[in-house]
Design a protein around this ligand. Structure first.
Ligand SMILES: Cc1cc2nc3c(=O)[nH]c(=O)nc-3n(C[C@H](O)[C@H](O)[C@H](O)COP(=O)(O)OP(=O)(O)OC[C@H]3O[C@@H](n4cnc5c(N)ncnc54)[C@H](O)[C@@H]3O)c2cc1C
Length: 395
């Protein structure tokens, strides 16, 4: 592993083309993509190193298996970046191509999953509805009584969030991107309706463009410039077990609702540890990061109900983090229409880690006015100005 020395940020050198607020799942890949354009880019974060916000709370799932064009296209590009990273750049980010498996026991999930297959295939996803035997072969030990089959997408996978973001960070450094850590942004500075830079707890830094990559904290950041960004922190817990002999490689997503919860999902990482999460219902809004006594009994009961052999594995660690939730479960990507120079890459919900590299490239092209035809589809779908009406099937 090599650690390039980041360009030294000389105090007082405070003029940039773009300042990115937040060195997380979105900020770092966006900086990496902007680094390729020759722009002078600064990333500022209140925390001491990259990925110390919600990025490190992600369990590492990466899929292009979504149900809308924008998410599918960004997911596919992200998958390409994650899956080829080691071959292209040398860092092992623990990429595991195990696929995503959505087992189906009820008509409701069967109809929903089969209903989105046409759009998934149209946008290039390798995915199919497979029979119960094929599902059981992918997830040995899964309960087969009532199993109707499920969808399986072999190209999806997982990678370590901390290894990946540090690999992206080191690469961004080699492209001349500056990073400032332990530096809280107090406000976005403005003049005559346009962005002029940021003010941190160490002083002012000028730039005509500020990228809001503050995730769960986008709303308070936006407020400093009089902008309301409809992103709220939504609390989710995750856990990891002791390592055991590898016996499955896919991410298993059970979409059925349970008591106090919606879906839950789990996979076995390259070390043999099972990593898992559940979606609380109703959502738990707020920034509390303390683990609860509800999560483990709730999720373990459901996992063991689905795959009884999991009952013998011991849990090693539990944590709690925040989804930056948008009103409809889709990201906010694009220029702010009320404050010139403010660009959003936020509201990633439970998918910021997997969408980060793909969205980072779209954002970099949009900031450089060098968008591609497919970017228009993505930017329309993720427009910060859209009507927040619907909700995505695979949110
Ligand atoms: C339990 C759990 C499991 C998850 N699993 C997955 C998964 O498998 N796959 C997936 O894709 N996603 C997953 N997620 C979601 C994922 O973690 C988030 O969507 C993603 O990290 C959000 O990225 P972000 O860049 O918006 O925010 P962050 O990664 O949190 O980055 C925002 C950064 O902005 C900084 N910041 C904010 N305000 C300021 C300020 N005023 N000044 C300076 N710095 C500031 C923060 O310090 C932070 O570093 C999971 C989340 C949780 C909680």
């Amino acid at each position: 592993m090599f650690w390039p020395v980041c360009r030294e940020v000389v105090r007082g050198m405070n003029n940039y083309d773009v300042i990115i607020a937040g060195a997380g799942s979105l900020g770092v890949p966006t900086a990496l993509a902007l680094g390729d354009t020759g722009a002078r880019v600064l990333v500022a974060d209140a925390r001491p190193s990259p990925g110390q916000g919600e990025n490190k709370h992600a369990i590492g799932g990466i899929r292009a298996t979504h149900s809308t064009p924008g998410k599918i296209l960004c997911g596919l590009r992200s998958l390409e970046i994650f899956s080829t990273w080691q071959a292209e750049h040398g860092d092992n980010i623990e990429w595991l191509e195990g696929g995503y498996l959505f087992p189906v026991y009820r008509k409701a999930e069967e109809t929903a999953l089969k209903g989105i297959l046409p759009i998934q295939k149209k946008y290039g996803l390798d995915i199919d509805f497979i029979g119960p035997e094929a599902v059981a072969a992918r997830m040995p030990g899964i309960v087969t009584a009532g199993l109707k089959g499920g969808t399986f997408s072999p190209g999806d996978g997982s990678a370590s969030p901390l290894l990946a973001i540090n690999a992206f960070y080191r690469k961004a450094c080699t492209k001349g991107v500056d990073f400032r850590f332990n530096e809280k942004i107090r406000r976005i500075t403005t003049e005559s309706g346009r962005v002029t830079g940021i003010e941190t707890d160490r002083g002012k830094i000028a730039a005509p463009v500020v990228v809001d990559a503050a995730g769960a904290y986008s709303r308070p950041l936006g407020k400093t410039a009089g902008i309301d960004i409809p992103v709220v922190p939504d609390s989710h817990e995750g856990a990891i077990t002791e390592p055991v002999e590898p016996f499955f490689t896919c991410m298993v997503v059970d979409l059925r609702p349970g008591e106090g919860s919606k879906n839950y999902y789990f996979y076995q990482n390259l070390h043999g540890q099972v990593v898992f999460c559940i979606t609380p219902d109703p959502p738990i809004i707020g920034t509390d990061h303390r683990e609860t006594s509800i999560f483990l009994p709730q999720v373990c009961k459901r996992m063991v109900g689905l795959v009884p052999r999991l009952k013998n594995i011991r849990v090693r660690r539990v944590w709690r983090g925040l989804y930056p939730m948008s009103p409809d479960g889709a990201p906010l990507v694009g220029w702010n229409s009320r404050l010139a120079g403010l660009f959003h890459v936020t509201g990633m919900c439970g998918q910021g880690y997997m969408l980060g590299p793909g969205i980072g490239e779209v954002a970099a092209r949009a900031i450089n006015a060098a968008g591609r035809e497919s970017d228009a589809v993505i930017l329309r779908e993720f427009s910060p100005d859209r009507e927040f009406g619907g909700e995505e099937t695979l949110k």
